[in-house]
Design a protein around this ligand. Structure first.
Ligand code: UGA
Length: 479
């Protein structure tokens, strides 16, 4: 398809969409839908956030988002605080508000409910309401009931589920180049609208127009669209996240086995991942998973199962292994450094993974807190998450560095807690010279132990044999 024909195809499919909520999922969905040729109103009841977005500021660190928002702001994407105004001119309304964890582990759906109430009062003709937030099974039914109870007529709307599988840090490319698009619909009409919304991707038109976001490696173009019932789509989302978390806990347990027997988890994972039924991705051991999704979604999935009368005990063990992993790392630090009180430790990484400034449920933050409790002094560097970390690390004993080398200066050891690409490409001679002692404890397995040994480091990682070159060599390399 020529770029001109592709552009025409995009505009033919153009629909009017409201996205409620401008968090990670909502904002990325709004920007990507606009890039796909739709007309978007992004609504958030936080007036200061809306004003910020209207000014051109972006509240999150996400690759490609600034370009997309700059391209479409005040043209095909507008920011507003008024849900009723937005809804009246829209064909579809995507709900992408937060579904945080409540005290008992269940998802707190009060934001979804209040949006449903407002929607009931605003609908003026047929609208498709689409759940985009991660929600437990049956939520679509509740949205429907709440809307009916609040005066919406049964023929003025339908509710569908369209779970989102984007990852923070690669959210825009994940959205535009998904492995699959899942639409959970209970009527042909709802299915047609969602198919039309995603037609720019499923027809391939988006990828041939003049300026698409560049494709990641192994992109599946055009992506398949999977149509299910709304209930199944809700379950697909929870089950996908639970399975990915399970994969991580499994590989962490295998890494622990490797440590007990002196095997190398890299070799083991190469062997496991070569089986196409298992696959090599998401087999990186470390200090465990974090973020705003896996921890919360596992608890919520377990809570839904329990409510249905099923004890999903496998999930308990996934959660336990994950929790244990950060304590095991602390034991590793102790093993390397003996005592921790008064030790000056350089820490690289605070976000829950590389490529994001998000520190929610970050295992890196949990490890820093444990080290502070043990009396260590921490000098930390993260390329994006230091401002956010300052808001949660309210204890004394932490200072913030300008760079990885600045953090390492005169430190007793360096700890790597987040898998930022720049932490995997440090100048090892410079690092060695900066540290008071050449000790690196790597919670993300970013370095090859042999290379670390060759550079004279004492190097500890996860599921791989420790590297302890003869002390003589370490001392010689230091002098
Ligand atoms: C996750 C899912 O991957 C997305 O598909 C989903 O859409 C999203 O949750 C969501 O529900 O919104 P995200 O939380 O952004 O995405 O991050 P991931 O890349 O999945 O990483 C989660 C955690 O697992 C991170 O702490 C990461 O360091 C850790 N991880 C990941 C490992 O420890 N090992 C691995 O091999 C992979």
């Amino acid at each position: 398809m020529t770029p001109e024909r592709a552009a025409m195809a995009l505009s033919e499919h153009g629909m009017k969409i409201t996205v409620v909520g401008s968090g990670y999922v909502g904002l990325v969905a709004a920007a990507c839908f606009a890039d796909m040729g739709h007309e978007i109103i992004s609504v958030d009841n936080d007036a200061s956030k809306t004003a910020m977005l209207q000014r051109g500021d972006i509240p999150i660190h996400e690759q490609h988002l600034p370009e997309l928002l700059a391209r479409h702001r005040d043209r095909s994407i507008r920011f507003s605080s008024s849900l009723p105004d937005a809804v009246r001119g829209s064909d579809a309304i995507f709900i992408a508000v937060g579904t945080p964890q409540s005290g008992d582990g269940q998802a707190d759906l009060s934001y979804v409910e209040s949006v449903a109430r407002e929607l009931a009062r605003a609908v003026n003709g047929y609208k498709l309401i689409v759940e985009k937030s991660t929600v437990p099974v049956f939520t679509h039914d509740w949205i429907r009931k709440v809307m009916l109870l609040n005066g919406a007529s049964a023929d003025s709307f339908q509710v569908a589920s369209n779970p989102e599988f984007l990852r923070e840090g690669t959210a825009v490319t994940d959205f535009l180049y998904p492995d699959r698009i899942v639409i959970g619909v209970d009527s042909p009409r709802a299915g047609n609208i969602l198919r039309e919304i995603y037609a720019p991707l499923t027809s391939g038109a988006y990828y041939s127009h003049a300026n698409p976001v560049p494709a990641p490696d192994n992109a599946c173009v055009p992506p398949p669209l999977i149509e299910t019932s709304a209930k199944s789509a809700e379950l697909i989302k929870h089950a996908s996240n639970a399975f990915l978390a399970l994969k991580i806990s499994f590989v962490n347990a295998v890494a622990n086995m490797c440590e007990f027997v002196g095997a190398d988890v890299r070799q083991v994972c190469n062997g496991i991942g070569a089986d196409t039924r298992i696959g090599p991705r998401f087999l990186n051991p470390g200090i465990g998973y974090g973020g705003s999704c896996f921890p919360k979604d596992l608890m919520a999935f377990r809570a839904v199962a329990r409510e249905c009368g099923y004890e999903f005990r496998l999930l308990d063990e996934v959660i336990n292994i994950n929790e244990d992993q950060r304590h095991r790392f602390l034991r590793k630090v102790r093993k390397a450094l003996w005592t921790l009180r008064g030790k000056r430790l350089a820490v690289l990484g605070l976000s829950f993974k590389g490529g994001t400034d998000d520190v929610r449920e970050s295992p890196a933050i949990a490890v820093v807190e444990m080290l502070l409790k043990e009396g260590s002094e921490i000098r930390v560097y993260d390329p994006a998450a230091m401002d956010r970390a300052r808001e949660v690390l309210l204890v004394s004993g932490v200072t913030y560095a300008q760079s990885a080398y600045d953090a390492a200066a005169e430190a007793d050891a360096l700890l790597i807690l987040t898998d930022w690409a720049e932490f995997a490409a440090l100048d090892l001679d410079r690092l060695h010279a900066a540290l008071a002692y050449p000790i690196v404890i790597d919670g993300r397995n970013l370095y090859d132990p042999d290379i670390m040994a060759a550079h004279g480091f004492l190097y500890y990682s996860v599921g791989r044999p420790d590297v302890q070159p003869a002390m003589q060599r370490v001392i010689a390399a230091q002098s």
